[in-house]
Design a protein around this ligand. Structure first.
Ligand code: DQA
Length: 146
């Protein structure tokens, strides 16, 4: 399985940025542990502060990956273009946010991404990325609860 993790603006500052909201771990540290924990999954991480670069990467993810985990950060709340890019590709996208955006300022309640994603995981800290990976594994490992 191939999974792309796409991080939007200011997520390169995880570990330094607003620690009480986003935690003290850098994404690089977390990503290394994630790769070790899921040794059979091929991960690619991409971060940009530039909207067009993020859209280019979403477009290139089509067919190249089995799933995309996307934290569009501030562009979540502003970018029609990123929403359109997700609509345009067949690869399923899971939207994640480290913080619970719905418990924060009103402008963070709007997402141009959510209508087009497979699912949404918010508010569990940096482990939202791991939970999103698990969501892609659900179909193969799902217990029979019926
Ligand atoms: C964020 C939430 C966004 O509102 C914010 O602009 C971010 C990070 C999160 O992961 O909690 O940069 O996407």
């Amino acid at each position: 399985m191939k999974i792309a993790i796409i991080n939007g603006p200011n997520l390169n500052l995880l570990g330094k940025r607003e620690n009480t909201i986003y935690g003290a771990q850098t994404f690089e540290e977390y990503f290394e542990l994630l790769q070790k924990s899921y040794a059979t999954i091929h991960f690619k991480a991409f971060q940009s502060n530039i909207e067009g670069e993020l859209i280019n990467f979403i477009q290139q993810s089509d067919a190249a990956f089995d799933g995309v985990i996307l934290n569009a950060a501030a562009y979540t709340h502003t970018s029609v273009g990123m929403g359109d890019a997700i609509r345009a590709i067949d690869t399923p996208v899971v939207e994640v946010h480290i913080s619970n955006t719905l418990a924060r300022e009103d402008f963070r309640h709007k997402s141009y991404i959510t209508p087009y994603v497979k699912g949404l995981i918010v508010g569990f800290g940096i482990d939202v990325y791991r939970l999103a990976v698990e969501s892609f594994l659900l179909e193969s490992h799902s217990p029979n609860l019926s």
